[in-house]
Design a protein around this ligand. Structure first.
Ligand code: NAD
Ligand code: 0WE
Length: 272
């Protein structure tokens, strides 16, 4: 355990690991390194085969399937957790879903069903989880963390309904933080820069997006799962004891930039 902060004796339940590239897996590894006991909930039957060996590699003894569209399945996972561990310190929500067809063209053509689906899986699921987690966090300085994206703040081509869902997710973070604050539970979000994960695959020219991010961001590089994992560790630790309702940008500074540099004619650029 060579972490700058210890979560020894604490436990974390993590939703959203699909494979070793998942942001949730980056977070799981950092929490584990800090001495935290971690457990996982994953979506489909097929993903179980992927998640089980990852969980095992960090000594996790809790791996349960759960479709977050179903209240009964969410309640089942938290009830199993209560039986096994009795309490919970950290909840990680790293789940999002929209119909692929709604991430192609324009937002204006989003169907009612597509709108509902994205809001249900990507936003309401946090509310349902927070409600189940709160009683298990009673008197333990609990921390709840979700993942958002810049498309909540500014229009990102083709992010469409997911941008609207992330805006609602960020507002939900504030309302949950207000409700759960008196119980000592903190609720925050990390707004991560684009990362090549399963959820980013099949998104039209994601490589071009990564290149643009790398060129534009003050730190001149892309964001990694490890970057997000380390900031997540901070937000879920006593180091962030007075931080709640916050959206922390972990994006190499991309979101602070506006007009791209327009080089003066005749001036040599960094590229020569
Ligand atoms: P990922 O595909 O690894 O994770 C998304 C997870 O959502 C998967 O594990 C998937 O199984 C789960 N999921 C989808 N529908 C579900 C359902 N009905 N029930 C239960 N689980 C369900 O991709 P990721 O990029 O690690 O995404 C994690 C979070 O990070 C998401 O909220 C995403 O919006 C956010 N995010 C991603 C990026 C990026 O560029 N990759 C940037 C900022 C924020
Ligand atoms: O939040 C996300 C991705 C969310 C997502 C991805 C998919 C792909 C597969 C939600 N639902 C689905 N449904 C599928 O069927 N990101 C932040 C990554 C992402 O997605 C984009 C981006 C970025 C960045 C889509 C368009 C433009 C940019």
């Amino acid at each position: 355990m060579d972490s700058i902060v210890s979560l020894k004796g604490k436990s974390a339940l993590i939703f959203g690991v699909a494979n070793e590239r998942s942001i949730a897996w980056g977070i799981a590894q950092e929490l584990h390194r800090a001495g935290c006991t971690v457990g996982f909930s994953y979506a489909g039957e097929a993903l179980g085969k992927r998640v089980a060996p990852l969980a095992q590699s960090i000594g996790s003894e809790f791996v349960e399937q759960c479709d977050v569209a179903d209240d009964a399945q969410i309640e089942r996972v938290f009830s199993l957790w209560k039986e096994k561990y009795g309490s919970l310190d950290v909840l990680i929500h790293a789940v999002a879903f929209a119909d692929r067809n709604d991430l192609k063209d324009k937002f204006v053509t989003t169907s009612r069903a597509g709108f509902h689906l994205a809001m249900d899986i990507s936003v309401y699921s946090l509310v349902a989880m927070a409600c189940c987690a709160a009683p298990l966090m009673e008197g333990r300085e609990g921390a709840i963390l979700t993942l958002t994206y810049y498309g909540a703040e500014k229009v990102v081509k083709r992010y469409n309904i997911m941008g609207v869902a992330k805006a609602a997710l960020e507002a939900s973070v504030r309302y949950l933080a207000s409700d759960l604050g008196p119980k000592g539970i903190r609720v925050n979000a990390i707004s991560a820069g684009p990362i090549k994960t399963l959820a980013a695959s099949g998104i039209g020219d994601f490589r071009a997006m990564l290149k643009h991010h790398e060129k534009t961001a003050p730190l001149q590089r892309n964001t990694t799962q490890e970057d997000v994992g380390k900031s997540a560790l901070y937000l879920c630790s006593p180091l962030a004891g007075a931080v709640t309702g916050e959206v922390l940008h972990v994006d190499c500074g991309y979101s602070i930039m506006s007009t791209p540099a327009i080089d003066e004619p005749g001036e040599p650029t960094a590229q020569g």
